[in-house]
Design a protein around this ligand. Structure first.
Ligand SMILES: [Zn+2]
Length: 444
């Protein structure tokens, strides 16, 4: 293999641990991870990043790009720029909030066409499972979606209705017939309907309207369905730590279930949210500090498999100060890595843990065998991080379209100094290259 690039650092995070190394890159692929002082092959360029840490490019499997259809909220151009600036080299787009939603092959083609020229990083697509599109699931699978998202409670947009338990069983049976994956927004609609609904700016009222029991019950039902149908399921954006024991028990007995959580649940707490601050609104909601401690325990013991952004932006006018009516969604593509690293370090975790949760874990979830690790044969995707450098979040420096953020004013550790996609530097100290991202299809 002709090596054309050597990326050298005193700290390269590989599956075997962190060590000084020279990563030999041939075209788009990692050719070898060599000793630090290995001779640079003839014709290869050396890039020495010193003591900055080289991580495998992050993989974010939960992003709402909303393109086409709601491009005033976001779009592939801005979303992938924000992701690249945050050290993410692969994202998977959620099937809803775009118009059309990704619920038929025809709609998938529309979305791929829109994304193609705007993608600064590699982009793949989840399909959607609706009450009336069971016949579309296999064709979507055959066309390369990575799995299917469904809701068990109202999604917030009328074109993407939720499944009841019977419809969930029907879709799960269909999907497990081709060994597909169902990813689930797990909040039980009956518990939500029974919860007190009070409008206004008080965060405590909003929190009471999305109780932990709604998550716990939905996850319990999902475990039962997955067990009965031998189906592969994934719990999206886990917030309620009460569900961890039942998830751990399901995993131990062999139920095919995986779980993600998100930077906002792991770094922000209900106690700190000011009244009317709906940039903190998402569903399920950010809960109390003690809940957050338990989620970190779930990460540490492996019950939670990965951390992904659930970047779900909107225009500022939809973030009214009323928690009941404001659009729910937190924008964090660019900030997930420093937010998580800051908190992980405080809790005694390492950057290797962060890589496991934010690169390796999501890549495994999506079956992205060329992503998620620095080892020979994988794509030469890297995030280079100055782990001790700090910065204060200034919304004006964010790349996503509507610069609303729950992290404004926070001081975070970890500055992404460069991002590399398949052997090319796409971010260099905040300066972004022209888009070279590729559209990905499921490869198994
Ligand atoms: Zn989402």
């Amino acid at each position: 293999m002709d090596v054309n690039l050597v990326l050298r650092s005193t700290r390269v995070i590989t599956p075997e641990g962190t060590r000084p190394a020279s990563i030999a890159v041939s075209g788009e692929t990692i050719a070898a991870v060599l000793p630090y002082d290995a001779e640079v092959p003839d014709g290869a360029r050396l890039e020495d990043v010193g003591d900055d840490v080289v991580l495998p490019g992050l993989v974010d499997t939960h992003v709402h790009v909303n393109d086409p259809g709601r491009t005033e909220w976001e779009g592939f151009w801005t979303a992938t720029r924000a992701a690249a600036a945050g050290g993410i080299t692969t994202l998977l787009d959620m099937p809803l909030n775009s118009l059309p939603p990704t619920t038929t092959v025809e709609n998938l083609r529309v979305k791929q066409e829109v994304a193609r020229s705007k993608a600064h990083i590699d982009v793949g697509f989840w399909g959607g499972a609706l009450p009336d599109n069971v016949k579309d699931l296999r064709p979507l699978h055959d066309t390369g979606v990575f799995g299917f998202k469904c809701f068990l409670s109202p999604s917030g947009v009328e074109e993407f209705p939720e499944l009841d338990q019977e419809q969930l069983a029907t879709s799960l049976a269909e999907i497990s017939g081709f060994d597909g994956l169902m990813i689930v927004h797990a909040e039980d609609p009956h518990h939500l309907a029974a919860a007190p609904q009070r409008s206004g700016g008080a965060y405590a009222d909003f929190l009471a309207s999305r109780p932990r029991d709604a998550e716990n019950t939905a996850i319990e039902n999902l475990v039962n369905q997955a067990r009965r149908l031998n189906a592969r399921v994934h719990v999206l954006h886990l917030s309620s730590s009460d569900a961890l024991p039942l998830i751990a028990a399901a995993k131990a007995e062999g139920v095919k279930i995986t779980v993600e959580s998100c930077p906002h649940f792991l770094t922000l707490t209900a106690e700190e949210i000011p009244d009317g601050a709906t940039e903190f609104k998402c569903c399920p909601p950010i809960r109390e500090a003690a809940n957050q401690d338990a989620l970190w325990q779930g990460l540490a013991d492996g019950t939670i498999d990965c951390i992904v952004s659930d970047h779900s932006p909107s225009t500022a006018d939809l973030k009214t100060p009323d928690f009941a009516s404001a659009w729910g969604g937190i924008s964090s593509l660019q900030l997930g890595l420093p937010a998580i690293w800051t908190e992980a370090r405080r809790r005694g975790h390492t950057l290797e843990d962060v890589v496991r949760w934010m690169s390796e874990g999501p890549a495994r979830l999506a079956g992205l065998t060329r992503k998620g690790a620095i080892e020979a044969g994988r794509d030469a995707d890297f995030a280079v991080l100055a782990p001790d450098a700090t910065f204060t979040v200034d919304p004006a420096e964010l790349q996503h379209r509507n610069r609303i953020t729950a992290y404004a004013g926070k001081t975070l550790s970890g500055v992404v100094t460069s991002t590399w996609l398949r052997g090319e530097r796409i971010v260099d100290r905040g300066t972004l290259a022209e888009p070279t991202g590729r559209l990905l299809e499921r490869n198994n």
